[in-house]
Design a protein around this ligand. Structure first.
Ligand SMILES: Nc1nc2c(ncn2[C@@H]2O[C@H](COP(=O)(O)OP(=O)(O)OP(=O)(O)O)[C@@H](O)[C@H]2O)c(=O)[nH]1
Length: 298
């Protein structure tokens, strides 16, 4: 038996006629090339099935079109070429195609003070769509950071003041005694709560952008947030981190506003969705804020 005699169910007419919005494969394993790194990724690839009578799409044609992902650096142009192959190989069946690449970008980050550095992983998804010649790319990036509650800091400061009143009431203030008190556990009788937090940025790239500026967006976001989580840490780095957090108190609302304002200045994007999650240590639930923004067409 040769290939010509193999039954082809996809080519049959469907008994139920109904177009489908999306048909494809999710979780295809592949290497991808981003910023000179060869990364392990999973891909979701699909097309619409607009021919309501066609039994199925041709999944092998989508799968084979993904071959260039392991050889060519990932870019909007490459994603577009693959999506065009999806549609060319489904002529008469499909008018829309989409491709999502999920991976983790690894960036080496220096310590705050010591000459150390370490790797940090940033989960990213690159999602491309082609429909009626309209092509667009969205980047989804997750960025971990640290946040200290401003309300908790104010309440802790008040308790420290109260302790000072209790310990020094009706006493002559001696510099050496106060210095020693500040270094004791009474001098910091309460501490504000802080938490590891996550910002998820969804950015729609302007059609003129011909690269994937993932690192640039991550750097912009971390600069806006101010207290990125660290990699290699010695005591000097931990002390600098404690100072940075003390000078950078923020509610989830503050974090969402800072990110939205910082990224709205970027001409590379036409739409932005910022979602921040503060995994509270005060509560068993999270504090969450969201900001969405779309550039008006000029
Ligand atoms: N459409 C469809 N295909 C499926 C599904 N699950 C598995 N497949 C298989 O995907 C394989 C590849 O399909 P095709 O691309 O049509 O393969 P082919 O007919 O050898 O390739 P062409 O000659 O290019 O059409 C087939 O063996 C299908 O059985 C499904 O749910 N839908």
């Amino acid at each position: 038996m040769n290939a010509l005699t193999l039954p082809d169910v996809a080519a049959q007419v469907s008994r139920q006629t109904l177009p489908l919005d999306w048909v494809g494969m999710c979780g295809i394993a592949t290497p991808v090339l981003i910023d000179g790194q060869r990364l392990s990724a999973t891909v979701d690839a699909g097309v619409s099935l607009d021919d309501s009578e066609a039994r199925g799409i041709h999944m092998s044609r989508l799968y084979l079109a993904l071959g260039s992902l392991e050889e060519t650096p990932l870019s909007p142009a490459l994603l577009r070429r693959i999506l065009e192959q999806f549609l060319d190989s489904h002529e008469g069946l499909s008018r829309a195609a989409s491709l999502s690449v999920h991976t983790e970008l690894l960036l080496k980050r220096p310590a705050l003070i010591s000459p150390l550095a370490g790797w940090k992983g940033y989960p990213v998804s690159i999602e491309a769509q082609l429909k009626n010649t309209m092509f667009h790319v969205e980047l989804k990036i997750q960025i971990p950071y640290s946040s200290t509650c401003p309300c908790s800091a104010a309440l802790a400061r008040q308790l420290i003041q109260q302790q000072f009143v209790d310990d020094f009431a009706n006493k002559r203030l001696e510099h050496a005694e106060i210095l020693a008190w500040l270094g004791s556990s009474n001098g910091i009788v309460a501490t504000p709560h802080s938490q590891r937090s996550t910002a998820t940025l969804t950015l729609r790239l302007d059609a003129a952008v011909d690269e994937l500026p993932l690192q640039w967006f991550i750097n912009q976001a971390e600069a806006a947030l101010g207290t990125a989580v660290q990699t290699a840490v010695k005591r000097a780095d931990e002390q600098a981190f404690a100072l940075a957090n003390g000078q950078n108190l923020m509610f989830c609302e503050d974090a969402a506003r800072r990110l939205s304002t910082a990224l709205a200045r970027s001409s590379e994007i036409t739409a932005l969705d910022v979602r921040v999650v503060h995994a509270e240590s005060l509560h068993a639930h999270d504090a969450v804020a969201r900001s969405r923004w779309t550039r008006e067409p000029s």
